[in-house]
Design a protein around this ligand. Structure first.
Ligand SMILES: NC(=O)c1ccc[n+]([C@@H]2O[C@H](COP(=O)([O-])OP(=O)(O)OC[C@H]3O[C@@H](n4cnc5c(N)ncnc54)[C@H](OP(=O)(O)O)[C@@H]3O)[C@@H](O)[C@H]2O)c1
Length: 269
């Protein structure tokens, strides 16, 4: 499997948000599948440590690039760091996901979330998709979220950015597949990462969610790449997505998600 994967999506992958959480897991599993990885994150020290460990375990070239994706000129730095490298797979994974009521959060934070979750993926895809089209092969995985499927209270702005990720990936799936480039949106549900845990969800409510391990989410994502425009990891999440998207009316779905989010995060700032 590694040889076919590397031929289609190698020799280099680029993963954002690679210091921890799903991004670190993507980096690990891509290295195991035979790819070298440009690993991007704002957390420079943690990124150094993560990439060093993955390089030692896998024997692959894992290059850390410390930069802030909310900076308008991040692509200039990244362009220099990727000069001459054939990037066959882009995993646009980094995101900001502040939790709280819309009226309690600053405009600055909301705009930064849009910069990281919308403008950065757009710039990344704009940079690397034409190169893949020229090669006639490649893959682009854009992290969306289950919250993108309907309005989501407590993460209204975040969920809206994730809807952008979903719709961008779906459109590109259609445009780029005739050029041999597989594009897919990934819509994880709750996944036990540092980012998820930092919002401090109520553990009593969490029992009703099937929180997944990053390893399982990433394995499903990489196994599914090329199978369609979107993938929801985890059987329980696929059942929920079906019920919410196809059975419940829109208002009911939004209210149900809102009640669940209130139970998870209500009265937390
Ligand atoms: N975990 C879940 O339950 C879940 C569910 C649905 C979708 N997702 C999606 O999955 C992706 C990964 O989530 P995760 O839970 O693994 O997140 P995480 O644990 O917070 O890790 C994300 C990494 O990206 C970094 N990052 C954030 N902003 C950045 C920036 N401006 N420039 C460069 N790096 C930056 C983070 O640094 P800081 O820690 O300093 O911010 C962190 O190292 C996201 O797109 C998220 O929306 C996650």
């Amino acid at each position: 499997m590694s040889e076919a994967f590397r031929t289609k999506y190698g020799p280099w992958a680029l993963v954002t948000g690679a210091a921890r959480g799903l991004g670190a897991e993507f980096t690990e599993q891509l290295a195991t599948r035979g790819l070298d990885v440009v690993a991007v994150d704002v957390l420079g020290d943690e990124l150094q440590q993560t990439t060093k460990e993955i390089a030692e375990r896998s024997g692959r070239d894992i290059r850390p690039v410390a930069l802030d994706l909310s900076s308008p000129d991040f692509m200039a730095t990244l362009g220099e760091q990727t000069e001459g490298l054939e990037i066959g797979l882009l995993v646009s994974n980094a995101a900001a996901g502040p939790v709280g009521l819309f009226v309690d959060r600053s405009l600055e934070e909301k705009q930064k979330t849009v910069a990281i979750n919308v403008q950065a993926p757009l710039a990344l895809v704009h940079e690397f998709a034409p190169k893949m089209v020229a090669l006639g092969r490649g893959g682009i995985l854009i992290l969306s979220s289950g919250s993108a499927q309907q309005g989501s209270a407590y993460v209204a702005n975040y969920a809206a950015t994730k809807a952008y990720n979903l719709i961008l990936a779906e459109g590109l799936w259609q445009e780029l597949r005739e050029h041999g480039v597989d594009v897919m949106a990934l819509l994880p549900g709750a996944t036990a990462t540092p980012g998820y845990n930092s919002a401090n969800p109520r553990r009593e409510t969490e029992r009703w969610l099937s929180v997944m391990a990053p390893r399982d989410v990433v394995t499903e994502a990489l196994d599914s790449l090329g199978s369609g425009p979107r993938w929801v990891p985890g059987r329980a999440n696929r059942v929920s997505a079906f019920v919410i998207g196809k059975i419940l009316g829109r208002k009911t779905a939004i209210r149900l998600i809102g009640a669940m989010m209130h139970s998870l995060y209500g009265s937390k700032k």
